[in-house]
Design a protein around this ligand. Structure first.
Ligand code: 26V
Length: 817
């Protein structure tokens, strides 16, 4: 028997059912007989919240009254995924809930299915924020997640009859949303525009307009810590609705306009990912949530004090800037300290500098935000002055350190025309970190080299991680049970390095067979899910080969699709006899930014390759391609546990970390990948012999680029590559229309910025190695199990421990009595 340490609430299933009944009756006004699964979902969510309430209040009390410094994670995105199952797990109520729902006459899945996923993030950065707040709570560290409650999350993706991506709005709040508590009484006023005037020798900002930031609080229950933190998402409301009454009838409609403008601020999540978007509304969003959050922190940590001693702020809370999006917080805290609380510049700077740290999540220079100075000047005139002054101080400091004039100019935070947010963050905070070893090294060597030369001690690395609660326990219950059986305890859920104990079991054929059976059962589940949700017919007896992530050129979905076309051509032409082909089901998931032309065209191409291949009798049973639309956290939770082979094939030096790679390895998939991002560390840990490595390294990429890269050479030299590209060009996947993909083909042959063609040969060459191993199921699964056993490092609990030690210098609250 295994030792079970998972939290379990003393509440009985009968009590829980009664609570649901009460909630249905007294709050929702329906009887159990009248209730729909959606009603029951809301009632169950409210009941879970009730059970978490004491811990939540206790955690807040201990945070404010104790001496443990809290963490404020400032992020424009939190990609939370569904809440109910996660809250039940952490509250120790899963069994009671299951029994209660059944006793009330409802189907478990029906109830869970009514929860609408909050898609308040684009991809990796937003999901990382969600994993991090889960780990903070699970480690018992007092923390706030601060962000925006967008009315519309990431768009819903559909495909039209031509296979093109169509975006539709994601109004996730259309139905009752039981998790967020709107706290009108803790609102903050956030102001914009206007001008700065001098009054009595002091600079005074006279803003032109304001909005009300209303907090919507989400509980963030820790796993087995007894602690519940807060995710505080701000919603914009018109500042003073009563103003309307002063207008007469004819002005009435125009008087409503500012209100509409105000509420627009939190209306929509920007669906861009790694591309520069210089939009005023986006800057408004950034300032909106950051200003509200900083004022909120002061309210929380100095309750009722009109003259708080804010020199102690860095002992109360440390803020992490999740990418450049919240970096306007640096001049905002300066402004609050100087203008609102009367501190002198140097004191304000010392407080600010100690309070902020910055995480960079990209290597693409175009993704580092740069704001036009006149935009900042118009929207936040006082902040622009402060930024100018920060820049002056910075230049003086550099000069004093002996930095040359040219370098000083290169490093300017404020260039006269624009403000470089990554530079402001690097100078304005205590630490800068990248999100994987390689990424952090490249930040120091390339992206922020000048800064790391002058301030070497600021730079550090924290490799990303993922929460094992959502991505193993909830997503993959079969594997979770097998791990617990193998280790003899379920403690791995809060100490993932314990997975190492599975390694000896890789030599035990019987255990490996059980592991293989788990994967097979998950594949059958996914095939059923794909049938139900998408109408697809997946064959679980083929290899499931998955590539899921945002669609971006650097991630190289094009490499995968070209290799797939080449294989299709080989089978069709008889070059590869059907018997020699390992049957594969290739599954893509990806959203493209709505304005990203080539990315959207790649989606269209994948869909049409799928159409042609899936309808071709010549490859029947050998090759199938599916592209379930609207990839999101829910789909990830179903697909990842069912995957045999995962693709992490970005151009070396472009993927900051990746976190999908970690989720797949932890769920027993093998990875084919380049030496990029966290792939490097995964491979190091699981062993080179258990990872399918291919492609150019960062140095080779740089060299090829320096020597002058021409993709056409590769096209001419490799007949399989040539055939694949020619098929795209000649209309094979566009009903004979040669124009459809002409821009894509032209880009591949003339630019190919991410060197897809140069890596094609290596990528296709490694496929035979992959298939040779897959042909020996026991050996494949042995290696997959070794991947699981050695991936414990990639828990977000470990990432958070690293942040605590290297950057935040704080820890958990005292243990609960
Ligand atoms: C950038 C921008 C630019 C302006 C418009 C809106 C917008 C929205 C999001 C972003 C962030 C892109 C950066 C990002 O998501 N990076 C990913 O971060 C993951 C977590 O660290 C990491 O695993 C991925 O490798 C990295 O691409």
């Amino acid at each position: 028997m295994s030792e079970i340490t998972a939290p379990k609430s003393p509440v009985t299933a009968e009590q829980f059912a009664d609570e649901i009944r009460e909630q249905l009756k007294y709050a929702q006004g329906v009887t159990v007989e009248q209730a729909t699964p959606a009603d029951v979902y809301v009632a169950a969510a409210v009941a879970v919240r009730h059970h978490l309430m004491d811990s939540w209040m206790q955690t807040q009390h201990d945070m404010v009254n104790g001496t443990t410094k809290a963490v404020g994670y400032l992020s424009a995105e939190f990609l939370m995924g569904k809440q109910l199952r996660n809250a039940l797990l952490n509250a120790g109520l899963t069994e009671q809930y299951n029994a209660a729902i059944e006793s009330l006459g409802f189907n478990l899945q029906d109830v869970v299915d009514t929860e609408y996923e909050p898609g308040l993030g684009n991809g990796g950065l937003g999901r990382l924020a969600a994993c991090f707040i889960d780990s903070l709570a699970s480690l018992g560290v007092p923390a706030f997640g601060y962000g925006i409650q967008y009315k519309y999350g990431i768009f819903k993706q559909e495909f039209d009859k031509d296979g093109k991506q169509v975006e539709t709005p994601d109004y996730w709040l259309a139905n009752e949303e039981p998790w967020g508590h709107i706290d009108y009484n803790r609102s903050q006023k956030v102001s914009f525009g206007g001008k700065v005037v001098k009054e009595g020798g002091k600079k005074v900002w006279k803003p032109a307009w304001s909005v009300r930031a209303v907090p919507v609080d989400y509980m963030v229950p820790g796993y087995a810590s007894g602690r519940v933190n807060t995710l505080r998402l701000w919603s914009a409301k018109a500042e003073d609705e009563f103003d309307l009454l002063t207008f007469n009838r004819s002005e009435y409609l125009s008087a409503v306009k500012p209100q509409v403008k105000a509420e627009n601020i939190s209306k929509i999540l920007y669906p861009e990912d790694s591309t520069k978007e210089g939009k005023q509304l986006r800057l408004e969003q950034q300032y909106f949530f950051v200003s509200a959050s900083l004022h909120d922190a002061i309210r929380v940590f100095y309750p009722g004090e009109s003259k708080p001693d804010l020199t102690t702020l860095p002992d109360k809370i440390v803020f992490q800037l999740n990418d450049t999006h919240p970096v306007i917080g640096i001049p905002e805290l300066m402004r609050i300290l100087i203008d609102e609380y009367g501190y002198d510049w140097d004191t304000a700077w010392s407080i600010t500098n100690k309070t902020f740290n910055y995480t960079c999540h990209t290597l693409l220079p175009e993704a580092l935000e740069v704001w036009p100075a006149d935009l900042i000047g118009e929207l936040l005139p006082r902040h622009l002055e402060i930024i100018e002054k920060i820049n002056e101080q910075f230049e003086a400091e550099l000069k004093a350190k002996g930095v040359g004039a040219v370098t000083i100019k290169d490093m300017a935070i404020y260039t006269g025309d624009s403000v470089r947010m990554a530079y402001l963050a690097t100078y304005g905070g205590s630490h800068v970190n990248g999100v994987a070893e390689l990424h952090s090294q490249l930040l120091k060597d390339v992206t922020l080299k000048n800064f790391s030369d002058v301030y070497p001690d600021k730079f550090t690395n924290v490799t990303n991680g993922v929460t094992p609660r959502r991505f193993i326990k909830l997503a993959n219950p079969r594997l979770s049970d097998l791990i617990t059986e193998g280790l003899g305890t379920d403690k791995w859920l809060s100490d993932l390095e314990l997975l190492k104990g599975l390694e000896p079991l890789a030599a035990d054929d019987e255990f490996v067979r059980k592991f293989a059976a788990v994967k097979q059962a998950n594949k059958v589940d996914f095939a059923n899910y794909a049938k139900r949700e998408y109408g697809f017919d997946l064959d679980p007896d083929t290899m499931f080969n998955t590539m899921v992530k945002r669609l971006h050129e650097y991630k190289r979905q094009a490499l995968k699709i070209l290799a797939l076309i080449a294989r299709y051509a080989d089978i069709k032409s008889g070059k590869l006899s059907a018997d020699d082909v390992m049957p594969r089901t290739v599954i893509f998931g990806a959203k493209a930014a709505p304005g990203y032309y080539l990315a959207k065209m790649t989606i269209q191409l994948i869909n049409n390759v799928a159409r042609v291949v899936n309808n071709d009798p010549d490859v029947k049973g050998k090759l199938n391609v599916y592209f379930p639309w609207n990839y999101n956290v829910r789909l990830a939770q179903h697909l990842i546990p069912a995957t045999d082979l995962d693709e992490q094939i970005s151009q070396a030096g472009k993927e900051a970390s990746g976190t999908g790679n970690m989720k797949f390895a932890l769920n027993g998939a093998m990875t084919v990948g380049t030496l990029d991002g966290a792939n490097v560390e995964i491979r190091e840990r699981v062993g080179a012999e258990n990872f399918f490595l291919f492609g150019m390294t960062v140095d080779e990429v740089d060299k090829l680029y320096a020597d002058g890269y021409g993709p056409r050479k590769y096209y001419e030299a490799d007949p399989r590559l040539k055939a694949a590209i020619d098929m795209v060009a000649d209309g094979t996947f566009s009903n004979g229309n040669k124009d459809t993909y002409a821009p894509l083909v032209s880009d591949w042959l003339s630019k190919d910025w991410f060197m897809t063609l140069a890596d094609f040969h290596a990528y296709t060459a490694i496929q035979s190695e992959i298939e040779a191993l897959y042909a020996q199921p026991l050996e494949w699964n042995r290696k997959a199990l070794i991947n699981v056993a050695n991936s414990g490092y990639f828990s977000s609990d470990r990432s958070i421990s690293d942040y605590l030690e290297r950057i935040w210098h704080t820890g958990p609250l005292p243990a609960l009595a």
